[in-house]
Design a protein around this ligand. Structure first.
Ligand code: AMP
Length: 398
């Protein structure tokens, strides 16, 4: 299938072609026609599958086909007159478009990535979009909002702040996207989402995306969706052939010592160490620091600033070792990742494939090491069944 067969409006198709995309990814093939018809979606997909374009393209198309809506025409509350630092009014905002699409996403990095996608695919539509997120001054963001916005990409905290200040009005909203719902839950945003939901118009299209579907996520989605179409991007079942996959049988008390000795031999590679829990990630990180191995830990309890810094240091090679939980590691796209260590086995079999797929990208050879204790044996069996091969066992050097 090609993009031409998806009936995408010409200005958007032209922009997609300019990006060099020819074939829609599986989630795009499934989601674009469904979203364009106005249906709700319950989507199970990770970042990296082309998910952003899967919702951005049809939403841009829907908005482009309607004429721009202005606040006064709709009888919605106009934005307050613009004020300077001393609180003096400066007349009416220039153009009062109505926010028709809201995309809620957990992190600033994701908000910026999504905003960049709307800039790319929407560049010939004349539609306006912006991203708002915390940790930075709000004035440049409110200035942008005052210019009139059709599509708003937001993290929960800043959105609620600006709604509270009367800077954001959602009464004209027709489409709502909740992105990375499981990560929202992990980062403690669930109460913010529950506060926000009653502020959205009941009659709207809702697109709900999550990489995993724990019970809490499924029940949240039930309150938000109307007769949704379920779209699931098939879980990976084959591991990248360029990744050498090895295994240490090691009991829990010896895992830390083994990790330190492995990392002391692999000083030139960028290494991603996976921990099952946030607490475990901090614990591993401290042990490594004590052993003189510079590292950073990222997980949902870390502040946005701390995560950004850790990621930047890891990407630039300043820090060679990153300890992460599965959810926090998602979206990390590092080309030179040489080694993935499964310090803990994941809870879900497919996650193993996602983890090791982070090394050995684009033809490079990568290595994945798995630490397996007695408790992990049955998960290991399931993983080997899924990938259809046995991991190469290395004897513990300790
Ligand atoms: P996402 O899952 O939205 O984060 O997208 C992952 C990456 O795939 C991004 O870098 C996109 O630019 C890229 N991408 C999205 N759709 C396509 C496509 N149809 N063909 C090639 N690359 C794509």
């Amino acid at each position: 299938m090609t993009f031409d067969e998806l009936n995408i409006a010409e200005p958007i198709l032209r922009a997609v072609r300019e990006k060099g995309y020819t074939t829609p990814t599986p989630i795009q093939q499934q989601a674009i026609p469904v979203v364009a018809r106005g249906r709700d979606i319950f989507g199970i997909a990770q970042t990296g599958t082309g998910k952003t374009a899967a919702f951005a393209i049809p939403l841009l198309q829907t908005l482009w086909q309607e004429k721009p809506r202005r606040a006064t025409e709709d009888g919605n509350n106009p934005l307050p007159p613009r004020k300077d630092r001393k609180g003096r009014s400066h007349g009416k905002p220039k153009e009062q478009r109505v926010i028709r699409v809201l995309i809620l996403t957990p992190t600033r990095e994701l908000a910026l990535q999504i905003d960049a996608c709307f800039a790319d695919y929407g560049k010939y539509t004349g539609l306006r979009h912006t991203a708002i997120f915390g940790g930075v001054k709000q004035r440049p963001q409110t200035d942008k909002l005052h210019q009139g916005i059709d599509i708003l990409i937001a993290t929960p905290g800043r959105l609620l702040d600006l709604i509270g200040q009367g800077e954001v009005h959602l009464d004209g909203l027709t489409h709502f996207v909740l992105d990375e719902a499981d990560r929202m839950l992990d980062m403690g945003f669930i109460s913010d989402i529950k506060r926000l939901l009653p502020m959205l118009p009941k009659k709207r299209q809702t697109l709900f995306f999550s990489a995993t579907m724990p019970e809490a996520i499924v029940s949240l989605s039930r309150n938000m969706l109307t007769n949704p179409v379920r779209i699931e991007v098939t879980p990976v079942s084959s591991t990248v052939d360029t990744v050498a996959q090895s295994l240490y049988y090691v009991e829990k008390p010896e895992k830390k010592g083994l990790l330190v000795s492995v990392l002391k031999q692999e000083t030139d590679k960028s290494v991603l160490v996976f921990s099952r829990t946030k607490h475990g990630a901090d614990n591993i990180s401290r042990t490594l620091q004590k052993a003189g191995i510079d590292n950073a830990a990222i997980h949902g309890n870390k502040s946005q600033g701390a995560r950004q810094r850790a990621l930047a240091d890891f990407k630039s090679g300043k820090i060679k070792v990153m300890v992460a939980t599965d959810i926090a590691a998602r979206g990390i796209d590092i080309k030179e990742l040489g080694l993935v260590i499964n310090y803990d086995l994941p809870d879900v079999v497919e996650t193993y494939v996602h983890r090791i797929g982070r090394t050995g990208r684009a033809g490079a050879t990568g290595t994945a090491l798995t630490f397996c204790s007695a408790d992990d044996r049955s998960m290991l069996k399931d993983i080997q069944k899924l990938i259809g091969k046995q991991l190469h066992v290395i004897s513990n050097p300790q």
